[in-house]
Design a protein around this ligand. Structure first.
Ligand code: OAD
Length: 261
């Protein structure tokens, strides 16, 4: 017990020291881009995808998150997405989401890019979020891609048809093998390349093209900071690694920004 608490004390002193260095290094930055992944919503109770408790450890993505899966068994796919919507309906944004809302006011230009489909950044008050993988609360047509705006819950036994072309209605999320919305990814790339500061937060940095944004920003001169309790393929590139949870560390950075403003 004593050893563990001594270890934690040393670790938290180390983290404090890195936060101090980060605040010093970023004090002149003007253009900040943040990329988030499932880890930022973990503290709200939304399951991540990878790791022991991750969704892809319990479910098979090829049966639930591809166009082929939807064509083969759209009832099963809708049951799964309705379950995920139910989970997301019960959760609230956490301290990490609120800290990122507050980040925006400390930079001349601030862009928040997320791989998450849960809408929690917007619910926390962040504006103009670039949702690379869509939004689980929207529906669209499988064939013509138009948004389907009826508010009724989708019944897996009776999936509605598109009012324009009669195609099957599906959740407006990006599935494996699908292209991202070209406008959204283009904006994400161009803001990343112009950034002088880039935060990669709560992502395993394994799924491209999102995972290429931090290295692109670093190549064009940004300071790269990673917030993640685990090591990722990005870690060796990061100028600073905050090996902690988003909800733990981001409010501390906002406090530091406030004090130096
Ligand atoms: P992953 O589940 O792959 O990774 C989540 C990351 O968050 C891991 O690296 C964890 O260590 C980290 N993490 C966990 N708790 C955290 C916390 N409290 N604070 C900070 N970090 C924490 O999720 P993503 O990287 O977002 O795509 O996954 C990328 C994409 O793969 C998803 O958007 C989804 C998935 O398949 C599609 O569905 C297209």
């Amino acid at each position: 017990m004593i050893d563990i608490s001594v270890g934690q004390y040393r670790y938290s002193a180390y983290l404090e020291a890195v936060i101090t260095e980060v605040l010093q290094a970023i004090r002149h930055c003007r253009r900040c881009v943040v990329l988030t992944g499932a880890g930022i919503s973990a503290e709200s109770g939304v399951p991540t995808f990878r790791g022991d408790d991750g969704l892809w450890n319990k479910f098979r993505p090829e049966e639930l998150a591809t166009v082929d899966a939807f064509m083969a068994n759209s009832k099963l796919v809708w049951e799964w997405y309705n379950w995920r919507r139910d989970v997301m309906d019960t959760v609230q944004p956490n301290a990490g989401h609120y800290a990122l809302r507050d980040f925006a006011e400390y930079f001349e230009n601030f862009t928040l890019i997320t791989q998450n489909v849960d809408g929690l950044h917007t619910r926390a008050g962040s504006e103009n979020v670039l949702e690379l993988h869509g939004n689980i609360n929207r529906n669209k047509c499988l064939d013509c891609n138009r948004e389907y705006i009826e508010s009724d819950e989708i019944k897996p036994d009776k999936i509605p048809s598109c009012t324009y072309c009669g195609g099957k209605i599906r959740p407006d999320v990006v599935w494996f093998g699908e292209m991202l919305d070209p406008q959204v990814i283009q904006k994400a790339i161009s803001e990343s390349e112009k950034a002088d500061l880039f935060f990669s937060i709560g992502t395993s940095a394994l799924v491209h093209p999102a995972a290429s944004l931090p290295s692109g920003a670093k190549r064009t001169g940004a300071i790269l900071i990673e917030v993640n309790p685990e090591i990722t393929p990005l870690s060796h590139l990061a100028d600073f690694r905050l090996q902690s949870t988003a909800g733990g560390v981001l409010p501390q950075i906002v406090r530091g920004l406030q004090e130096s403003a």
